[in-house]
Design a protein around this ligand. Structure first.
Ligand SMILES: Cc1cc2nc3c(=O)[nH]c(=O)nc-3n(C[C@H](O)[C@H](O)[C@H](O)COP(=O)(O)OP(=O)(O)OC[C@H]3O[C@@H](n4cnc5c(N)ncnc54)[C@H](O)[C@@H]3O)c2cc1C
Length: 455
């Protein structure tokens, strides 16, 4: 007896792009962290928006749920199946247009990677305005669906600020594609609604990406500090001075640095170990080094490691960007990406450590993040993947500190249960109404963002 769903999917995209065998599905069924996995009914790989619409029609007709997937670098378990869904991979939507330099925009298919957008923009004298460690795999569709942040958000905003328009297929097969106009307020902005919707409202097939000036002169500085209070004070002191050039201010702690050094076999960046490191980067058309050096000196910093050539800058960034891989090599982490007001970040980090020790004695926290955005990545090694006591404790603490349970990774399935910690009932009701209006059958990414166990 033939499987009617598989036959309908094959009719939509061609049999060669419906992966039903265990070994061909496997890599789509587990997330980057290894914490989330599930069996897919099939993995389907459409080539364009029309094929995406046909896939959604087939799934609707056969009552199959759909999990959209881009580069599968998401951290909250929402890009992989929970059990029995169809994984809709957007990896083949790879059209990348020529840069429109007059508009400072480029059109990119959902499956184009961030690194490819960056390269295309830079070749035309512009830049993507977004950067993150997963740049070689994370896709335009995934970045928009999660409203990703990254290291330059303090200067250019999150992905939302980079999107001039989204092309998407709604659950009922409607293809949404507004003209690429910067100013277009004729009616609701559906693009804005889809950014950060994590595959629950529509399937994004392309993005009109807004570019920023290419700033080729860059300098980075790694600043060792005694405490996170000092890190926050440093940022407060230098930010006004470097208002037009500072584009990254990340932090990590000695515990994370040691993990990266061991994993990568690298020498330490400074002679004396200190509890906290802040990594600053400035970019401009003219050399920003003197301004940064002066600002650091005035802030009383004498021992920063300054890197003004690109190899040396990459070396410093490796200490920060190597965290995700070094942690993953040490075990399956619980990844809690939260945001707190900068003034409360030191208090949050200290209390998070206490809370983790209380609910999971022996667990190993690794804390780092984007200082400029108050965005803290609390990674916890030790507890079982299914034991979410640390998740609950840390998310409750973030909310108690006036923050959010998700700053840039999204809610996904990992945090759906706790969304009510930061969104009041009225807002949750409005979100549920929007979900019902756009996806009445609940086809798109069930279990993500919305708590499936809530009434
Ligand atoms: C080493 C490393 C560093 C990272 N650093 C950062 C960082 O600094 N900042 C940051 O924000 N994130 C970071 N991430 C997380 C991740 O890269 C981002 O969330 C990214 O936006 C996910 O893109 P993706 O294409 O891999 O999406 P996926 O992981 O495939 O999917 C993520 C979510 O988007 C949905 N989705 C994907 N494509 C579509 C589509 N076309 N239409 C509708 N829904 C879709 C999925 O259903 C899922 O809910 C990092 C990840 C890694 C591994």
């Amino acid at each position: 007896v033939g499987d009617q769903l598989l036959e309908a999917l094959a009719a939509a995209v061609g049999a060669g792009h419906v992966l039903a065998d265990d070994d061909r599905r496997a890599r789509f069924e587990v997330d980057w962290t290894g914490r989330f996995r599930g069996r897919a009914r099939a993995v389907v790989r459409p080539a364009d928006a029309a094929e995406v619409a046909a896939v959604l029609a087939a799934c609707r007709a056969h009552g199959a749920a759909v999990v959209p997937q881009g580069g599968n670098t998401g951290m909250v378990g929402a890009s992989v199946p929970r059990g029995g869904e169809v994984v809709l991979s957007l990896a083949r939507l790879r059209d990348l247009g020529a840069v429109d330099t007059a508009a400072a925009q480029v059109q990119a298919g959902a499956g184009v990677t961030l690194a490819e957008v960056q390269a295309q923009a830079r070749a035309a004298g512009l830049d993507a305005g977004v950067d993150l460690g997963s740049r070689d795999s994370a896709t335009v569709g995934g970045l928009a669906a999660t409203d990703a942040g990254g290291t330059h958000a303090m200067r250019y905003g999150t992905v939302r600020a980079r999107v001039a328009g989204v092309q998407a297929v709604l659950a009922d097969g409607t293809i949404v594609d507004r003209p690429p106009l910067l100013k277009d307020n004729a009616g609701f902005d559906l693009s804005a609604l889809l950014i950060g919707s994590e595959g629950t409202l529509a399937v994004i097939t392309g993005v009109r990406w807004r570019l920023v000036p290419l700033l080729t002169s860059r300098v980075a500085a790694l600043v060792p500090l005694p405490s996170l209070e000092d890190a926050a004070a440093l940022l407060a002191a230098i930010r006004p001075r470097l208002a037009t050039t500072l584009h990254a201010a990340d932090f990590f702690l000695d515990e994370g640095l040691q993990l990266v050094l061991d994993h990568d076999g690298l020498p330490a960046p400074v002679r004396t170990r200190t509890p906290v490191y802040v990594l600053l980067e400035c970019a401009d058309r003219h050399d920003p080094t003197p301004d940064l050096a002066e600002a650091l000196e005035d802030a009383g910093i004498a021992d920063a490691v300054v890197a003004d050539d690109s190899a040396e800058r990459r070396r410093l960034w490796r200490f920060r960007e190597g965290h995700a891989e070094a942690i993953a090599a040490a075990g399956i982490p619980h990844k809690l990406d939260v945001g707190v007001p900068l003034a409360r970040l030191p208090e949050f980090a200290a209390r998070a450590r206490d809370e983790i020790a209380r609910v999971a004695p022996g667990a190993r926290p690794v804390i780092f993040g984007h200082l400029g955005d108050g965005n803290v990545h609390v990674n916890v090694l030790g507890p079982d993947p299914d034991d979410d006591a640390v998740d609950e404790a840390v998310l409750r603490l973030a909310a108690a500190c006036g923050g959010t349970i998700s700053a840039e990774h999204g809610v996904g399935v990992a945090k759906a249960r706790w969304l009510s910690l930061t969104r009041p009932p009225g807002e949750l009701r409005a979100m549920a109404q929007i979900k019902r209006a756009l996806d009445p059958d609940g086809t798109l990414n069930p279990g993500a963002v919305f708590d499936p166990t809530a009434g």
